[in-house]
Design a protein. Structure first.
Length: 233
């Protein structure tokens, strides 16, 4: 099964408060449903869930071998130094950060992380990017975009002030915070996943359309949301 996860929905339980999650919903369809990968709560887009042990083993091996191709759309502050590029920079714990889960590019001892990007359009001091992670590190795209000097719009941890995340945890989203962030969630969308299907024995591509909140944001800021369509290929 493939789900187009909306921003704000957890993929699996992380709080003991009974809030709904994607895997809970999937198990209403198939009690043996298994989540094969994760998206951050605020990231929207394609999530793969298997319905059988055979499919689980097949996809788990594909993820391990990095044969599954994933593509994202991101709206970032600024313009990258080149229209296309690859960031090859290891990630580790962010030392000295007030945010425990924050990651950072590190000089020694980190896990290798590689991210490719392509500028689809620049407008109003922002850019719409097609992004491909070639490794699967925690917060990889968000950390690499910040490292490049073009943080993802709305990112509370890797944006211009990590204390936005702390304020958000303490108070929730406020009008003042949304005005600073420009968007109430980070502008990252898992637009496409391509994998070899275990029964069909051919490549299958699952696509999630550019979400309405990001589409409207791009339009309001003077960009063309249809530029997201050129991310294919």
């Amino acid at each position: 099964m493939a789900f187009d996860k909306p921003a704000g929905l957890l993929v699996h339980p992380t709080f003991p408060d009974g809030r709904p999650t994607l895997i809970d919903q999937a198990r209403l369809i198939c009690s043996d449903a298994t989540l094969m990968h994760r998206l951050d709560r605020e990231t929207s887009g394609v999530v793969l869930v298997t319905k059988s042990s055979k499919a689980t083993r097949w996809l788990a091996k594909a993820f391990q071998k990095r044969t599954i191709q994933k593509s994202y759309l991101a709206v970032v502050h600024g313009v990258p130094p080149e229209p296309t590029g690859t960031i090859d920079a290891p990630l580790g714990q962010a030392e000295g950060s007030e945010v425990r889960i924050r990651r950072a590019v590190v000089r020694t001892g980190g896990e290798r992380a590689v991210t490719g990007f392509r500028v689809l359009q620049s407008f109003g001091g922002l850019s719409l990017l097609a992004v491909k992670p070639y490794s699967g590190r925690l917060h990889q795209i968000r950390v690499h975009m910040s490292f490049l000097g073009t943080p993802v719009v709305g990112d509370k941890i890797y944006g211009h002030d990590e204390r936005e995340f702390i304020r958000f945890i303490e108070t929730g989203m406020t009008p003042e915070m949304e005005a600073r962030l420009l968007l109430p969630r980070h502008a990252l969308h898992a637009s496409e996943v391509t994998f070899l299907h275990h029964n069909l024995r051919r490549e299958v591509t699952i696509t999630a359309p550019f979400p309405s909140d990001m589409r409207e944001f791009v339009r309001r800021r003077g960009g063309d949301p249809e530029a997201a369509g050129s991310a294919e290929g």
